[in-house]
Design a protein around this ligand. Structure first.
Ligand code: NDP
Ligand code: MG
Length: 343
C-alpha cells in the first residue's frame, strides 16, 4: 500500500493541444442509444464537425428527441454497419446481448468501439471480432452536463483508455489517438482527459459508488435519520440535518477540500468531526471496505450483477420497490415542498 506521504500526483492529463480531430476525418460515428450520454455525445460530436449517425429504438421518448434534434434514428444493426467508430451508449446491462446479436455481426475490420464505462470490457462481456479496437471515453458527469458545458464553450473532463490487448499500449497506440480525438469532439479535452485503463476506471467507479457516493452515503443518511426519529425528534428536522444539509458540506469540500470546509463550519462542528467521525469508521468498517473492493477486483460483484440481470433482475426490482417508498422518502417530499423556491 502506498503511504499517504508517498502519494504523488501522477495522472497524465491531455488537453485540446494533444488531441487532433483529423483522426476522425472521413469517419462516420454511430452513437448507439439516445439517452443521457447518447444525446450529448451525438450533439457535441456533430457540432464539432463529425459525421454522426444515431441508433435509437422506435416508440420511446428518446426516439422523438433524436428526431427533434435533426437525426434520422436507425436501428442498431444498420448504424453499426455504416460506421467506422461506434459509441456504445446503451445501459451497461443491455450491452452484451445487443452486442452479440446486432453489433458484432455488422462491424467491419478496423472499427473502433467506444465505451463510456468500462464494466463490460473489464469483465469480459464484450468479445470483439479480430481487428476491432476498443477505447474508453468516460465523461466524469451526466449527459445533460456534457451537453450544457459544451454549449457554454467548456466541457466535462473524462477518463480515456484503450483495451489491455492494444499494441502498442497507451498513448503510442493509434486507437488512443482516435479516442483522444473523440474526447476532443465531445469537449472533454477543453478541460482534461485523464489517462487510465478499463480496469482502473471500472474498479474505482464501482468502489466509489458502493462505498460512498451511493451505498455508503445513503446507508449513513438512513441510519442517522432513523436514530433521530426513534429518539423522538421531528422527522422533518431529522431529514433536514441528516440528508438535505449534506449538499452544502459536499459543495464546500469540492470548492476547496476538507480543510476549506472545516474553516467554514463552526468550531463545534469541526471538533465533532475530528472526535466522532473516526468512531464511525472503525476497524470493522475498514475491513468491510477492503472486502467490497476485493469483490470488485476478483469479479464477484460483476458476476452477481450479471447473473441478476440474466435471471430477470427480480431481487433488484424488489429492493427498488422496497426502498422507493420508505417513510424517510415521504418526509423528504415534505421538506422539499417546504423549501420550494429556495433552491
Ligand atoms: P440511458 O439509460 O440514459 O440511455 C440508454 C439508451 O439505450 C436509451 O436510448 C435506450 O433507449 C437505449 N436502450 C436501452 N436498452 C436497449 C436495448 N436493449 N436495445 C437498444 N437500445 C436500448 O443510459 P446512459 O446514457 O446513462 O448510459 C450509457 C452508458 O454511459 C453506460 O455505459 C453508462 O455506464 C455510461 N455513463 C453514464 C453516465 C450517466 O451519468 N448517465 C456517466 C458516465 C458514463 P430507450 O429510450 O428506448 O429506452
Ligand atoms: Mg459513475
Amino acid at each position: 500500500m502506498v503511504a499517504l506521504g508517498e502519494c504523488v500526483v501522477s495522472a497524465t492529463i491531455h488537453r485540446d493541444a494533444n488531441a487532433d480531430l483529423a483522426q476522425l476525418a472521413g469517419k462516420t460515428i454511430a452513437v448507439l442509444g439516445y439517452g443521457s450520454q447518447g444525446h450529448a455525445h451525438a450533439l457535441n460530436l456533430r457540432d464539432s464537425g463529425c459525421s454522426v449517425l444515431v441508433a435509437q429504438r422506435r416508440g420511446s421518448a428518446n426516439y422523438d428527441r433524436a428526431l427533434d434534434d435533426g437525426f434520422q434514428p436507425l436501428d442498431v444493426a444498420e448504424a453499426a454497419g455504416r460506421a467506422q467508430v461506434i459509441a456504445i451508449l446503451l445501459p451497461d446491462e443491455a450491452q452484451p446481448d445487443v452486442f452479440r446479436r446486432e453489433i458484432r455481426p455488422n462491424v467491419a475490420p478496423g472499427t473502433l468501439l467506444v465505451f463510456a464505462h468500462g464494466f463490460n470490457v473489464r469483465y469480459g462481456q464484450i468479445d470483439p471480432p479480430p481487428d476491432v479496437s476498443m477505447a474508453l471515453v468516460a465523461p466524469l458527469g451526466p449527459g445533460a452536463l456534457v451537453r450544457t458545458q459544451y454549449v457554454r464553450g467548456s466541457g466535462v473532463p473524462c477518463l480515456v483508455a484503450v483495451a489491455e490487448n492494444e499494441t502498442p499500449l497507451g498513448t503510442a497506440s493509434p486507437t488512443f489517438r482516435r479516442a483522444l480525438a473523440y474526447a476532443k469532439a465531445l469537449g472533454a479535452t477543453r478541460v482534461g482527459a485523464i489517462e487510465t485503463t478499463f480496469a482502473e476506471e471500472t474498479e474505482t467507479d464501482l468502489f466509489a459508488e458502493q462505498a460512498i457516493t451511493c451505498g455508503g452515503l445513503t446507508a449513513l443518511m438512513q441510519a442517522s435519520f432513523q436514530t433521530l426519529v426513534d429518539a423522538g425528534y421531528q422527522p422533518e428536522i431529522a431529514y433536514f440535518v441528516c440528508v438535505h444539509e449534506v449538499r452544502q458540506i459536499v459543495d464546500l469540500v469540492c470548492q476547496g477540500g476538507l480543510s476549506h470546509m472545516r474553516k467554514l463550519i463552526s468550531n463545534t462542528a469541526e471538533y465533532g468531526d475530528y472526535t466522532r467521525g473516526p468512531r464511525l469508521v472503525t476497524r470493522e468498517t475498514k475491513a468491510e471496505l477492503q472486502h467490497i473492493l476485493a469483490e470488485i477486483r476478483d469479479g464477484r460483484f460483476a458476476h452477481e450483477w450479471i447473473a441478476e440481470n440474466q435471471t430477470g433482475a427480480k431481487s433488484f426490482e424488489t429492493l427498488r420497490r422496497q426502498l422507493q417508498s420508505t417513510p424517510m422518502e415521504e418526509v423528504g417530499r415534505r421538506v422539499r415542498e417546504l423549501l420550494q423556491g429556495n433552491d
